[in-house]
Ligand binder design. Sequence first.
Ligand SMILES: Nc1ncnc2c1ncn2[C@@H]1O[C@H](COP(=O)(O)OP(=O)(O)OP(=O)(O)O)[C@@H](O)[C@H]1O
Ligand SMILES: [Mg+2]
Length: 228
Amino acid sequence: MILVQVKDLWKSYYLGGREVPVLKGLNLDVKKGSTTAVIGPSGVGKSTLLHIVGALDRPSKGQIQIDDANLLEMSDDELAKLRASQIGFIFQFHHLLPEFSALENVLLAGMVNGTRVNHRKRAAELLDRVGLGDRLDHRPGELSGGEQQRVALARALHNEPPLILADEPTGNLDRGTAFELQNLIFELSAEEKHSFLIVTHDHQFASKCDRVLELRDGILNKINLEEV
Ligand SMILES: Nc1ncnc2c1ncn2[C@@H]1O[C@H](COP(=O)(O)OP(=O)(O)OP(=O)(O)O)[C@@H](O)[C@H]1O
Ligand SMILES: [Mg+2]
């Protein structure tokens, strides 16, 4: 079962009236319950791709389908609803709100979605799941980098989105902490509730995903890391 289907995706930026093409006819399928790693050097458009698939930005051209939704036909309001219910984001710099506790940061994701589950209980359970059951009331400034990243993962999971987009989720972590977060991601994907699309520079992490795609010259190609 395919969750995400991207066809002939183009994205250009315009700098001083000059067109800078970044994505050039890219295709991508993401299966339900899978992990896909996207690798490639700095500046090739990995974050651009995640932003477009996550409906945070619009492409210049192309088709993007998430489940039954055709993103290009949707209004900004519809896209916001889709993001809130279908997509979880983990950014390299986690974007937690500094004034709020770990629990509140996770809870805020649920408020955006507006569903009527017991948010507080679920947020606390998720934080427990990522090993932060005893840090619920800590603010981001009172958490280590790895702990903040785990709060970001809990927040991404809060609405049980089928698709989780992660932009270098372990980029700022030491090996041990990065490894823990990776294991958590693989545990979650094994439960088949979420599909992960993960941008990473860490080839060891990438090679443990179901498949590895390399972004180069504006398109994705399947790559076997053992041969690199
Ligand atoms: N808003 C923007 N306006 C103009 N150019 C942009 C904009 N955002 C990104 N770019 C350019 O598009 C290209 C791709 O950027 P992107 O952030 O997607 O790269 P990336 O692969 O995620 O790199 P990194 O590994 O360093 O995070 C870069 O050359 C960048 O300078
Ligand atoms: Mg990037």
